[in-house]
Design a protein around this ligand. Structure first.
Ligand code: HEM
Length: 469
């Protein structure tokens, strides 16, 4: 499996085989790739009580994360307790309680993009990072932050190591029987664990310091530490708490940023068709002459924005083109195939998303395909948030972030491709190479839509520069 753009390879294999499932043996571990939505629904959704564990990856799971990253934890009591707390703090009215922050951060992003359009990509990074950190730890990131850079570097390193086939020891776990001094992967993995823990602890220490000074804001972490210190909140050790709050910064920031970048790419690639429909809807709600910015109160009046959000998740699913792997907890049988317990089962997301039998004209960015009775059901019709019981724990928060950024950006800005440097939308890097975290993922020219939109941003967004300090 190639380390970069491995979705291409998995799609190529699925196309060659023409089958709804494909089997790979990676060093003794059984992998099943699900190549159609039908089998994803049958296995990961309908049989989710047995398909919701995670594979025991030695390197990323046991060594780099000491099994503390929620996203890698096996289906068991610790994971269930953590998901319960996530459910309380990230869904329903809790998810909506972060909307004022999303409102603020998106205003700041519009202001920045107006003043430095050539640095639009720094604004998508800042928006996603600052909102997530303010939600989790109560502090905004106004400019470059060493603390965030460390978390981001730790995450990028984690994701680079999370590609199937990266480490021999994941494919051949029996290598762990080698004497520790001969385990060549261990010093690197141990060092990365320490680096990650340190990065996560930076924000915890800041919270403790701000609490002492009496300036700490109410946020996810203050509630989470209170909840987990109570008896019913589960019995989590300190590292588990650090990795839960730090892990959420990871889970929420790059994913959201990548999805915003996909929107910019989709706008540049096709400035004439779907954008006109989006603008017609936005103009009818907010005024054709930039009367006001879209707000969360417009949610139900902007179904086309919902369709754009769904289409962006389908068009280029950003977490992993071959899905985030699930593991089966007991032997199972499906349509004549026998799967032993421990089988790794993953959504071949890239292959499904680009399959003309699943989606008509799949290479086209076409939000209209989602204008149906499921329009308000954010997770239905694509697998951008995964599937079954492991479906993204923060998807409601992510939907709010995308809604406010997408609607304001589309309302206020035009995007153009550079004819001399066209965007390869199939190969937009999701994890930047080391040291390149702040490089643009592709070239796009962004320009404010009109003088009226410029004045609207100037008059409505300036407040965000100073707020929430
Ligand atoms: C557009 C943004 C986002 C995308 C595309 C996304 C996508 C995903 C995907 C594909 C998974 C794995 C699902 C599976 O295994 O089937 C996942 C898991 C997760 N996500 Fe998100 N996510 C986003 C934003 C967020 C945010 C904002 C948060 C929290 C603040 C969050 C928290 C989590 C957590 C905690 C998990 C682990 C769930 C588990 O293993 O039980 N995500 N996400």
């Amino acid at each position: 499996m190639p380390k970069e753009f491995h979705g291409d390879k998995a799609k190529e294999w699925a196309d060659q085989l023409g089958s709804e499932m494909m089997y790979l043996n990676l060093g003794g571990v059984d992998w099943v790739f699900l190549n159609s939505s039908r089998v994803v629904e049958d296995l990961l959704e309908k049989r989710s009580s047995i398909y919701s564990s995670r594979p025991a990856f030695v390197m990323v799971g046991e060594i780099i994360s000491r099994m503390k990253r929620l996203v890698l934890q096996p289906y068991g009591t610790e994971w269930k307790n953590l998901r319960r707390v996530m459910h309380i703090l990230l869904t329903g009215s809790s998810a909506d309680s972060y909307r004022p922050l999303e409102d603020l951060e998106s205003k700041q992003a519009m202001w920045e993009i107006l003043h430095r359009p050539e640095e639009w990509h720094l604004s998508t990074i800042r928006f996603a990072a600052s909102f997530t950190i303010a939600m989790i730890y109560g502090v905004r990131q106004k400019g470059h932050s060493e603390l965030f850079q460390k978390v981001s570097d730790a995450q990028d390193e984690f994701l680079r190591n999370n590609v199937p086939g990266t480490w021999l020891v994941d494919d051949y776990p029996q290598l762990q029987k080698l004497p520790r001094s001969l385990q060549w992967w261990r010093p690197y993995g141990d060092k990365l664990f320490e680096f990650t823990r340190d990065a996560f602890k930076g924000y915890y220490d800041l919270m403790v310091e701000n609490t002492k000074k009496g300036v700490q804001k109410d946020c996810f972490a203050t509630k989470f530490y209170a909840e987990t210190e109570s008896k019913k909140g589960g019995d989590f050790d300190f590292d588990q708490k650090l990795f839960t709050t730090g892990g959420l910064i990871e889970a929420g920031s790059d994913t959201t940023k990548n999805q915003l970048n996909m929107l910019v790419a989709a706008m540049a690639a096709d400035p004439n068709t779907w954008i006109k429909k989006a603008r017609a809807e936005l103009d009818s709600v907010c005024g054709a002459n930039a009367e006001r910015l879209p707000t969360f109160d417009d949610w139900e009046k902007l179904p086309y924005i919902q369709a754009i959000m769904k289409e962006s998740m389908r068009w280029r699913p950003n977490v992993n083109p071959t899905g985030f792997p699930h593991a089966l907890i007991r032997d199972d049988e499906y349509e004549g195939y026998r799967f032993p317990a421990g089988t790794v089962v993953t959504i071949n997301n890239w292959a499904i998303s680009l399959n003309p039998e699943e989606y008509e004209n799949p290479t086209k960015f076409d939000p209209d395909r989602f204008l149906n009775e499921d329009i308000w059901n954010a997770t239905k019709g694509h697998y951008g948030y995964g599937a079954g019981r492991r479906t993204c724990a923060g998807f409601k928060v992510a939907q709010n972030s995308m809604f406010i950024f997408f609607s304001r950006f589309i309302y206020c800005f035009d995007v153009f491709e550079d004819p001399n440097d066209r965007i390869d939308t199939y190969h937009i890097p999701l994890t930047p190479p080391p040291g390149k975290a702040n490089d643009p993922p592709f070239t796009a020219k962004v320009r404010v839509r009109s003088e009226a939109h410029k004045q609207l941003i100037l008059s409505s967004c300036a407040e965000a520069l100073e707020a929430y300090d």
